[in-house]
Design a protein around this ligand. Structure first.
Ligand SMILES: Cc1cc2nc3c(=O)[nH]c(=O)nc-3n(C[C@H](O)[C@H](O)[C@H](O)COP(=O)(O)O)c2cc1C
Length: 188
């Protein structure tokens, strides 16, 4: 479960943490949270195209190892000015083969659920040859839901509202993973 925003007052880690807890152990999924603020990548600074996998920088190799170690991803991110956060696109752009064929689910949020950010991200992940599940989770953050610098009044309550949607995409991820396993077994 990737935490897709890095602002100092962001709400993403709280949401992503609750989503990780909810998905972990359901549908045979075993989940962990990856915080892009901790990964702390610079703007893409590799001299070669990532598709070549010829990484010069230690931070790229470390990020590659992390992404390789997971079979599927849930991207949790807000809508920023009708798009997705640049930090998430940068983290995706750093690598290429590491993402290929892996199932992905999108959890977006914003006043209207972050629909526009989700649509754009679907196109990006299709370009990376990821297998994006059929449904997104679109969390509507309403003015009454936030206090102070936009912090959630009740993050657990908000996530509970979307329990069915989260369970549904968890099932879809799991089905993709099972299909991948069957294909690779069939292929020997
Ligand atoms: C740069 C920026 C642009 C934003 N643009 C949108 C937007 O287009 N649509 C929307 O619903 N909310 C927008 N918001 C509000 C965010 O949904 C809200 O601030 C949310 O908490 C951001 O996620 P984060 O706290 O994890 O960074 C924007 C917020 C920021 C900081």
């Amino acid at each position: 479960v990737i935490v897709g925003s890095t602002r100092p007052t962001r709400i993403c880690p709280e949401l992503a943490g609750l989503i990780t807890e909810r998905l972990d152990g359901t549908d045979e999924l075993s989940c962990a949270t990856i915080d892009l603020a901790e990964i702390n990548l610079p703007f893409l600074d590799e001299p070669q195209k990532p598709a070549l996998g010829d990484y010069q920088h230690e931070h790229t190799r470390a990020w590659s190892d992390i992404v390789r170690s997971y079979d599927a991803f849930v991207l949790v991110f807000p809508q920023y000015n009708w798009g997705y956060p640049a930090v998430l696109k940068n983290a995706l752009d750093f690598l290429y083969e590491e993402w290929r064929d892996k199932p992905a689910a999108l959890v977006t949020y914003g006043t209207r659920g972050g629909v526009r950010a989700g649509e754009q991200m679907r196109a990006v992940l299709t370009g990376l040859h990821m297998r994006v599940v059929a449904d997104d989770v679109r969390i509507k953050i309403l003015p009454d839901d936030v206090v102070d610098a936009g912090q959630l009044r009740d993050a657990a309550g908000k996530i509970a509202e979307y329990a069915d949607d989260i369970t549904r995409v968890g099932g879809q991820l799991s089905a993709h993973l099972t299909a991948t396993h069957l294909t690779s077994t069939a292929g020997g």
